[in-house]
Write a protein that binds this ligand. Structure first.
Ligand code: ADP
Length: 283
C-alpha cells in the first residue's frame, strides 16, 4: 500500500528528474470525460510508433482508465524488491494503480495518501530509459498535479478540452493551475471537435473551434483536433489503441498529425531554453 508521507515532505524537496527519463509531460483537463486518457494513450502509442521510448503513467489514482484502455485486465503487476515492473504493451511501458488493486475497489484517498500513492507509482516503477513519460492526470485541480509538480521536474503539460463553453471554463482553470505550479502549458488539444456521419457530412455537435479559440485567448499554442470517432471509442473500450493506427483510415492520419504537432512543440520549447523550473510556492 502507498506510504503516507505527506505533501509537506514534497514541499521540502525540490522537483527532481526521474533517472533515465528525458521528458516528463502531463496531460490534464478541467473536467472528466473530455478524452484526457484517450489523448494520453494515443499520444503515447503514437510517439512509440514514431520510434520514441515511451512510458505512460496513470496518474488518475481515483479512477484509473489504463487497465481497460490498454487491455491490462487480469495481468498481475510484477515487483522486484521495491521496484514495480511496468507493463509492456502496445510498444510502451505503462503503470497504473488500477492494476495493483482489486477491480471495482473504491479508491478513496485523503490528501497525504493521494500524495503517497502517486509518488509510489511514479518513482518506484522501473521505467528504464525513456524519451517521454506521459502522465495521465485526474480531472480538475486537486492533490495529484500539486504533488506531481513538487516531486518531478516536468517538461510541461498538455490540456485536453472539448469545444463547449462549460468545458472551456474548466480548461482555463486547469491552464491557470499548471501556470501557478510552474508547469509550462505546451498546448491545448480539442477533442470531440466534430463528427463525420456515414453520409460523409461534418456535424458540428459541440461547437467546433471552441477550445482553439480559448487557447488563442490564453496565448497558448493549439496542437490540433480529434473528431468524435466511434472506432476510437471502440478501440479504447477493448484495450486496443494500436488498432487506431493500423486501420489505414483517417483516424490514423489524425493521430499521427497530433503526435507530430506535439513533438514539434516539445522540440521548439526545448530549443527556446524551456523547462527551467521556477521556484514555486504553493499554499
Ligand atoms: P477523461 O480521461 O477525460 O475522463 P476518457 O478519455 O476516459 O476521458 O474518455 C471518456 C469516454 O469518451 C471514453 O469512453 C472514450 O472512449 C470516449 N472518447 C474520448 N474521446 C473520443 C473521441 N474523440 N471519439 C469518440 N469517443 C471518445
Amino acid at each position: 500500500m502507498p506510504t503516507q508521507d505527506g505533501p509537506q515532505a514534497a514541499q521540502a524537496a525540490q522537483p527532481a528528474p526521474l533517472p533515465g527519463v528525458k521528458q516528463i509531460i502531463a496531460v490534464g483537463a478541467g473536467k472528466g470525460g473530455v478524452g484526457k486518457s484517450t489523448v494520453s494513450v494515443n499520444l503515447a502509442v503514437g510517439l512509440a510508433r514514431a520510434g520514441a521510448k515511451v512510458g505512460l503513467l496513470d496518474g488518475d489514482i481515483y479512477g484509473p482508465s489504463l487497465p481497460t484502455m490498454l487491455g491490462l485486465t487480469g495481468q498481475p503487476a510484477q515487483a522486484q524488491g521495491n521496484v514495480i515492473q511496468p507493463f509492456e504493451v502496445h510498444g510502451i511501458r505503462a503503470m497504473t494503480l488500477g492494476a495493483l488493486v482489486e477491480e471495482e475497489k473504491p479508491l478513496i484517498w485523503r490528501g497525504p495518501m493521494a500524495h503517497g500513492a502517486f509518488k509510489q507509482i511514479a518513482t518506484q516503477t522501473g521505467w528504464g530509459e525513456l524519451d517521454y513519460l506521459i502522465i495521465d492526470l485526474p480531472p480538475g485541480t486537486g492533490d495529484v498535479p500539486l504533488t506531481m509538480s513538487q516531486l518531478l521536474q516536468m517538461t510541461g503539460a498538455v490540456v485536453v478540452c472539448t469545444p463547449q463553453k462549460v468545458a472551456q471554463d474548466d480548461a482555463r482553470r486547469a491552464v491557470r493551475m499548471f501556470q501557478t505550479l510552474g508547469v509550462e502549458v505546451l498546448g491545448v488539444v480539442e477533442n470531440m471537435s466534430y463528427f463525420i456521419g456515414d453520409d460523409g457530412k461534418e456535424y458540428d455537435i459541440f461547437g467546433k473551434g471552441g477550445a482553439e479559440t480559448m487557447a488563442g485567448q490564453m496565448d497558448i499554442p493549439f496542437l490540433g483536433t480529434l473528431p468524435i470517432n466511434t472506432v476510437l471509442r471502440h478501440n479504447c473500450d477493448t484495450g486496443d489503441p494500436t488498432a487506431n493506427f493500423t486501420g489505414g483510415d483517417k483516424l490514423a492520419e489524425e493521430l499521427d498529425a497530433l503526435t507530430q504537432a506535439f513533438v514539434r512543440r516539445v522540440e521548439d520549447f526545448l530549443a527556446s531554453g524551456g523547462a527551467q523550473q521556477p521556484t514555486i510556492s504553493v499554499t
